[in-house]
Design a protein around this ligand. Structure first.
Ligand code: SF4
Length: 312
């Protein structure tokens, strides 16, 4: 039976882009299937958290979204309620994943995360939402996509605040990123492309500010990202380039459903917490797996060259 291969619509999300750059093989396994049908790009896949830290970060995000949703409806959270909500979110996730976490480690992790969430409400950018200062604002789930020039883009701001005739699009980073600064700045600017494609947001570039609130060295640091047409164009080019690479990788994986010829991780650190490691040639070391792959590709090329010479 010949399977039809429907190419999925190009998509871009920070998670997908980072995974592709970190390990093309892991990207292909996560976003593709060996049957040749790539999973719908409609929604980024809910990969289970790999570590307890991952689980805490996701629980903070989930709790934060609930907190904002209630705050939007003017429902105030007491401190015990905030703690209970977060604790329940973490406990449910641990149960769901059957994860074992030593009790002291668990309590310390919850304590640190609740403190992190409380400090977030006190950040300069977000404080006005909690102190009743007059602002128009909206919050979004990052999994809400928008179509930008034919690409399904997952770049919704976490919060958008209207003040002094401008929208401030806010990106929250619950933990610091290893991505180079310029790449990150360009990614943050994708929020403007996303907003412009939404009803209710202006087209005029001058009507936007972009702010990043990120957790680093035990505190929230806030900075403003420069906005210009030139940088906006660069961010669009970055996204288009990523989408093109994904398309190419998707084709490659369809042509080689064993994934044996797909590039492996750029750095061995990527393999440490990779869920695909048990079935990966790199399970006993990335460097040796790369050497073996190179040999396999060379010998395959040679046998194909011999075949075509014989048929010529
Ligand atoms: S174990 Fe390493 S090389 Fe293999 S898929 Fe995971 S990140 Fe990529």
């Amino acid at each position: 039976m010949v399977r039809s291969m429907k190419p999925s619509k190009p998509h871009w999300s920070q998670t997908s882009s980072r995974l592709m750059n970190a390990c093309p093989r892991a990207w292909a396994i996560t976003y593709g299937t060996t049957t040749g049908h790539f999973r719908s790009a409609k929604r980024p896949l809910p990969n289970p958290p790999r570590t307890f830290d991952d689980l805490l970060t996701r629980s903070m995000r989930t709790t934060w979204l609930r907190r904002l949703s209630d705050q939007y409806q003017r429902k105030v959270w007491s401190t015990p309620y905030a703690k209970r909500t977060f604790d329940n979110t973490v406990d449910d996730a641990i149960d769901h994943l059957n994860m074992t976490v030593p009790p002291l480690h668990l309590e310390m992790g919850k304590y640190r995360s609740i403190k992190q969430l409380r400090l977030l409400e006190q950040s300069q950018t977000l404080r006005p939402l909690f102190t009743g200062e007059p602002r128009r604002w909206a919050y979004f789930d990052r999994r809400k996509s928008a179509e930008v020039r034919g690409i399904e883009v997952y770049a919704a701001p976490d919060v958008a605040v209207f003040h002094q005739h401008r929208w401030t699009l806010v990106r929250l980073q619950f933990r610091s990123s290893r991505r180079p600064l310029l790449g990150q700045q360009l990614e943050h600017l994708l929020m403007i492309h996303w907003a412009r494609s939404q009803p209710g947001f202006p087209e005029d570039l001058a009507a936007y500010r972009v702010k990043v609130v990120r957790w680093q060295a035990h505190r929230w640091k806030e900075h403003t990202v420069e906005v210009s047409q030139e940088l906006l164009d660069q961010s669009m080019a970055l996204m288009a380039h990523d989408a093109q690479e994904m398309k190419w990788l998707q084709r490659w994986a369809c042509a080689d459903p064993s994934f044996a010829s797909l590039p492996l991780a750029s750095h061995h650190e990527e393999c440490h917490t990779c869920p695909h490691r048990p079935n990966c040639p790199a399970k006993n070391g990335l460097a040796s797996a790369k050497r073996a792959q190179e040999k396999m590709l060379v010998s395959r090329d040679q046998s194909e060259a011999t075949k075509s010479a014989n048929t010529a």
